[in-house]
Design a binder for this molecule. Structure first.
Ligand code: G3H
Length: 195
């Protein structure tokens, strides 16, 4: 069995401000998480010389992975966060106030709702297909440092969760989800590295 480790980036400055999307750097707690993650990965993958670290192309995942040394890193655009289109950079409160119809349609069908000039969860699920194929093909451990919406979709694939649940899966910050693919199916462990 070989592990796949899934984690969100450390808390970003936009997370603190409640802003979605964007390309901000980490908050102070986010920076601490990056160091704790590196520590965890170095211990967990000590004897796994062929492991690799996959990030999105956004700063907050690249910075989160930066303290991890000794493994190759690959940036995937397909691991970027759901594109919130015209709502990029807004808070949910601002969307509710300035674009109430958009807010309501998303609430009604979060899976299918597509942000104007952006993406839906279904779009994200579709663009993850090459990532999933490559993850399945890998024989060595992979650490995936990505984003909430993307990780919901990836996790649902491995944990065999129904499509309609995907936008609502809990995906906390500063927590590693370890997926073990073995002969007897998929096993899961969670490591909460900080609050
Ligand atoms: O910035 C996007 C969020 O991480 C996605 O969260 O789909 O629950 O709004 P949401």
């Amino acid at each position: 069995p070989r592990p796949i480790l899934l984690t969100r980036h450390g808390e970003s400055r936009d997370n603190v401000r409640g802003r979605i999307g964007g390309d901000s750097v980490l908050s102070d707690p986010g920076e601490i998480y990056a160091k704790k993650l590196a520590n965890f990965v170095e211990k967990r993958l000590k004897n796994e010389r062929t492991a690799s670290i996959w990030t999105s192309t956004l700063q907050r995942t690249i910075i989160t992975a930066s303290p991890i040394v000794g493994f190759p890193k690959i940036q995937w655009r397909a691991l970027d966060e759901i594109n919130a289109g015209v709502c990029d950079g807004m808070t949910y409160e601002e969307i509710k106030k300035n674009m109430p119809e958009e807010y309501e349609s998303r609430k009604k069908d979060k899976l299918r709702y597509r942000y104007p000039r952006g993406e839906s969860y279904l779009d994200v699920i579709q663009r993850l297909e090459p990532v999933i194929i490559e993850l399945e093909r890998q024989r060595a451990p992979v650490v995936v440092v990505s984003h909430q919406a993307v990780l919901r979709a990836l996790y649902a694939y491995f944990a065999d969760r129904p499509l309609k649940e995907i936008p609502h899966i809990e995906m906390p910050l500063h927590t590693i989800i370890e997926i073990q693919m073995g002969v007897s199916g998929v096993q899961e462990k969670r490591y909460k590295l900080m609050d």
